[in-house]
Design a protein around this ligand. Structure first.
Ligand SMILES: [Zn+2]
Length: 112
């Protein structure tokens, strides 16, 4: 279950709230660091595997990520190298061409 910031603040004890208040009044550097660290670790967790060759991307410093698909159903694919990204794109292109081709072939049946 995910909590909203308001829920989190409600569950923090008074002493820690005073500490947070003091930190925020000084620019919130401590809180910023906690949030930065958490976001960084979430991004690293999401790296996963190369969509083409299956290599783990966790250790890779530089990876490539592709967001594609309709607005309400975006898909994400990550790659270890440009070669893997190109190979994936070529496959995607082929699938799209087949879909178009099939639409044309069956177009007569549902013509308006
Ligand atoms: Zn790869």
């Amino acid at each position: 279950m995910k909590f909203k910031v308001r829920d989190i603040v409600d569950s923090i004890d008074e002493n820690d709230l005073y500490k947070m208040q003091a930190d925020l009044s000084k620019g919130g550097l401590f809180l910023k660091k906690i949030v930065d660290d958490k976001l960084k670790s979430m991004q690293n967790e999401k790296k996963g595997f190369c969509s083409t060759c299956g290599q783990s991307l966790d250790e890779k410093y530089k990876t490539y990520t592709l967001l594609f698909g309709p607005e309400d159903f975006k898909k994400k694919a990550s790659f270890c190298e440009l070669d893997c990204l190109e190979y994936f794109l070529a496959g995607l292109k082929k699938i799209n061409e087949n879909i178009k081709h099939n639409d044309l072939k069956h177009g007569d049946n549902n013509g308006i």
